[in-house]
Design a protein around this ligand. Structure first.
Ligand code: HOC
Length: 354
């Protein structure tokens, strides 16, 4: 059953009622005092959209594309781990809801369901695969080969998570993943169930170097997007290393607290990228106006994480579909009021600094 959604921010309180405390704290929480997490959404208020009149936009078009994949909207999902915390169908229902909406789901290395099962649930819809690089290259290669085998369209290389941020909610709740992580069970000797986030990071993380970008490209032959970029310098290093996309994100405020809101660095990063590769953006998007502001600041595509997981918890595949459709409908209204008919118009729209 599709959800009746007033707005995305209101979903969190609803989801809190049904997701067990430890899992909810893990999903919703950020690092330290969550200053960066909170800034992520507030930062959209630093710029304003110019309303336009006499522009007669009665049918805004949100279709766009990335890496040659046609999408109905410029919104995809960010990779989010352990979706079994929210719903028994976990990533499979996210794949179903996102396929129905006509956009891209990003699978996480630390998913509850396997790469193949999630791809099958998507029924041929485009998916990205996010790699948390491990010290164990046999594991990395198994994941990458499996993602390619089932038809992943790009690899998102998470580069901002070589250690886990200091997440107090997980400490308070003594949080340990209560469910298996399918890709760990299938392709590594380790298990996710019963482990805390710190233990999973310790087993996985290693220093990621620019050479790894090319290594992943050689293994998969797929576009590789470096995720977690927050400075023009790192964007240029990523592109120099062969990255086919730059993903501006601060991991939803879960990693470096005290760093800038993701939106506050977007325009400078996009300027440095200068259309050489696509720019994907996440962290803090909750409103149609946020989608508009991100695209007008240089993002080609935006991505959504927590609200998707709340939609999953509240309504399974239909809940996921309802969330992403609601956001795109809000975005369409903003497009109309800002006198923009296409995504290209949005990208060229002027924003005013507050
Ligand atoms: C290296 C282990 O992205 C989060 C996830 C991390 C999942 C486990 C990573 O919690 O932010």
């Amino acid at each position: 059953k599709e959800l009746h959604i007033l707005n995305l921010p209101s979903l969190e309180a609803e989801a809190k009622k049904i997701i067990p405390t430890g899992g909810f704290g893990y999903i919703s929480g950020g690092s330290e005092d969550e200053w960066t997490l909170n800034e992520n959404t507030k930062a959209f208020n630093n710029v304003q959209i110019v309303p336009r009149v006499l522009s007669d936009i009665d049918d805004p078009q949100t279709d766009t594309s990335i890496f040659g994949i046609d999408l109905t909207m410029p919104i995809i999902t960010s990779p989010s781990a352990a979706q079994g915390l929210a719903h028994s169908q976990a990533e499979k229902d996210t794949a179903r809801g996102i396929a129905k909406a006509g956009t891209i789901m990003s699978q996480s290395t630390y998913a509850s369901t396997s790469i193949a099962d999630t791809a099958e649930a998507g029924n041929g819809a485009p998916q990205f695969f996010q790699l948390y690089m491990s010290k164990d290259w046999t594991f990395n290669e198994s994941l990458l080969n499996e993602a390619k085998r089932v038809g992943a369209k790009a690899i998102l290389l998470t580069a901002d998570a070589t250690v886990d941020g200091y997440r107090e909610s997980d400490i308070i709740n003594n949080f340990q993943f209560p469910l298996p992580m399918a890709n760990l069970e299938k392709f590594s000797s380790g298990a996710g169930k019963g482990k805390g986030i710190g233990e999973i990071y310790a087993a996985a993380a290693q220093k990621i170097s620019p050479d790894d970008v090319q290594r992943i490209k050689d293994i998969t032959g797929l576009p590789v997007v470096v995720k977690g970029v927050q400075s023009p310098e790192d964007a240029l290093i990523a592109i120099g290393a062969g990255a086919d996309g730059v993903y501006v994100s601060n991991h939803g405020g879960r990693q470096l607290n005290g760093g800038p809101a993701s939106f506050d660095v977007l325009a400078d990063v996009a300027k440095a990228v200068n259309h050489k590769v696509p720019v994907i953006f996440d962290s803090g998007i909750r409103r149609g106006s946020h989608v508009f502001k991100a695209l007008a600041s240089g993002a080609d595509i935006v991505a959504l994480a927590r609200p998707i997981i709340y939609g999953l918890a509240l309504g399974g595949a239909d809940g996921v579909y309802s969330v992403i459709e609601h956001l795109n409908n809000e975005f369409k209204t903003v497009m109309q009021l800002a006198g923009t008919k296409t995504i290209d118009d949005v990208k060229h729209a002027k924003l005013i600094k507050k």
